[in-house]
Design a protein around this ligand. Structure first.
Ligand code: FAD
Ligand code: NAD
Length: 479
């Protein structure tokens, strides 16, 4: 009863968990005629994370960087089931997935279990708080769309509260102080975006307050952006200095309070710094579902997973992207290449399975065929066994040609926006590296991301938002 999956008993069932970078890229490349394909994700869309910090300050409209998963699946040759639900359990022995509808509106059924032949596990990661007190309660994150929207509301609330008549000077300073925790690319890009918002818009909308806005970026390591080359780290640090963004390196956030952050300074002294808003961009960790799954599998899941197969699953679970540790960085670039690679592997596997079952069919036909060549009605001599043997040989030849090649990552370079219409790029160039930073790199950054956006629809929306901001400024209204 109810909505049925487009199920073909002749085909194997491929269940895909997640609608992020890895799995969306997989879906784009996947030949859906090979399998019964079921996609399960609590979000019925793909989020273009590189532009999330732009949403947090209102440069981009939230919807411009989303792509409904059905936008991709509806163009596939064979129908794909898309289910908005959260996987709550994976049973690698019985090869089943249990999932639950966690949305506000529920029907009579909101949890069920289905079987899979192959599972693509691409659930991503969640924010790492290191159990630091107050982070969950008082800080904003920068991981999901709702985080960016929450940050935008909180930031504008700080500004409007600071503008309240008669506000105490010290309180105004506190409210307008934003602390960004984590000097990885997320923290750096977000600090740059907040600075742009201040320069381009707040200065004219709130002239009496703009001079008091302060941004502090806190990083526990000796420098920000450890994945970039030294000259680009220096360039970022000097750009931030000009932009009056304070960088505190070798400084660790120990606690987040309602109106302050507690910092451990490089000399190990503790300082409590008043602030209006804290954004937590201090990295990610595996989800509980992933930890539970790992506990059911052999511990030595090697870092090198050449074919994406998880050990101890008999080749039935493939993991891609941020969800499990591999030898590659947890980036969109890696996840999307893994997704496209896995789609090709799954196609080859389906081809192989089809050839093997045809060969088995032929073997049984051969066993039943007459022992000697027989003459047909037209007097032509037909040797069925010989014909079958020839077809089996042909199948074996085709099977011999199917070679599953291991995954090879091709690094296209690292790019980050640092504010003030400047970006930095470390690009692979003739066995070396080409580092560049500045306004030209910013234009490159924009065009690179525009072309990476999955659809013409999203490209148009993002380009229009950029134009609107240039013409009218960012929207400072608070929903
Ligand atoms: P995700 O894209 O996170 O997707 C995981 C999916 O799984 C989501 O659809 C989620 O809803 C779903 N899911 C979660 N739980 C469940 C469950 N229980 N059951 C089923 N589905 C579930 N990388 C770059 O290379 N370049 C960049 O410029 C860049 N910028 C970034 C900016 C920001 C602000 C952030 C946060 C990240 C950025 N990244 C960037 C990193 C990049 O986003 C990740 O590496 C990438 O998203 C990983 O892809 P994934 O498919 O593994 O996971
Ligand atoms: P990250 O893990 O790269 O950086 C987090 C930083 O927070 C680390 O440098 C860590 O030292 C610091 N930190 C942790 N705890 C702290 C504490 N208590 N006090 C102070 N500092 C603390 O996280 P991210 O920036 O969110 O990036 C996650 C992944 O996404 C990375 O692989 C990154 O490359 C990728 N990403 C790429 C881009 C880009 O290419 N433009 C943009 C965003 C994210």
């Amino acid at each position: 009863p109810g909505a049925q999956l487009p199920f073909d008993p002749e085909k194997k069932t491929l269940v895909v968990l997640g609608s992020g970078w890895g799995t969306t890229s997989l879906l784009k490349t996947l030949d859906t005629t090979d399998y019964n394909v079921v996609v399960i994700s609590p979000k019925n869309y793909f989020l273009f994370t590189p532009l999330l910090p732009s949403v947090a300050v209102g440069t981009l409209n939230p919807r411009s960087i989303l792509q409904p998963t059905r936008y991709i699946t509806r163009h596939k040759t064979r129908q794909v089931s898309v289910i908005e639900a959260e996987a709550t359990d994976v049973d690698p022995i019985n090869k089943t997935v249990t999932f639950t509808d966690n949305s506000e509106i529920k029907g009579t059924v909101s949890s069920t279990t289905i079987s899979y032949d192959y599972l693509v596990y691409g659930v991503g990661a969640e924010v790492q708080t290191f159990n630091i007190p107050g982070v969950k309660e008082h800080a904003c994150f920068m991981k999901e769309l709702s985080d960016a929207e929450k940050m935008q509301r909180a930031f504008m609330d700080c500004v409007e509260t600071a503008a309240f008549p008669g506000q105490d000077t010290k309180e105004v300073e506190r409210l307008l102080h934003t602390v960004v925790v984590g000097g990885g690319p997320t923290g750096v890009e977000l600090s740059g975006e907040i600075h742009d918002f201040l320069e381009d818009d707040l200065k004219s909308w709130y002239p009496e307050l703009a001079g008091k806005v302060k941004i502090t970026l806190v990083e526990a390591l000796p420098s920000v952006l450890p994945m970039f080359s030294k000259q680009l780290i220096d360039y970022t640090e000097s750009t931030f200095k000009e932009s009056k963004i304070d960088i505190l390196t070798k400084t660790m956030v120990k606690e987040v309070k309602e109106k302050s952050v507690v910092l451990q300074m490089p000399d190990k002294s503790i300082q409590e710094v008043p602030c209006g808003m804290v954004v937590w961009a201090a990295g990610n960790k595996g989800r509980k579902l992933t930890q539970d799954l790992m506990a059911k599998l052999p511990q030595d899941q090697t870092n090198r997973r050449d074919y994406m197969v998880m050990k101890g699953t008999n080749g039935s679970i493939f993991a891609i992207g941020d969800c499990t540790a591999t030898s590659y960085a947890p980036t969109a670039q890696v996840a999307s290449q893994q997704g496209a690679y896995l789609a090709r592997i799954l196609h080859q596997m389906a081809k192989k399975d089809n050839l093997i079952s045809r060969a088995q069919q032929l073997e049984s036909m051969k066993a039943q065929a007459p022992a000697a060549a027989a003459a047909s009605a037209e007097g032509e001599v037909v040797d069925t066994k010989k014909k079958i043997d020839e077809e089996i040989q042909d199948i074996n030849r085709q099977l011999g040609k199917i070679k599953l090649r291991p995954f090879q990552y091709s690094h296209q370079g690292s790019l980050a926006y640092i504010g003030s219409d400047k970006a930095i790029a470390d690009l692979p160039f003739m066995n070396g590296n080409f580092a560049s930073g500045g306004v030209a790199t910013f234009l490159f950054w924009r065009s690179a991301y525009l072309s990476t956006l999955f659809s013409l629809r999203n490209r148009t929306l993002v380009a229009t938002d950029w134009m609107k901001v240039k013409l009218f400024g960012r929207d400072v209204s608070r929903e």
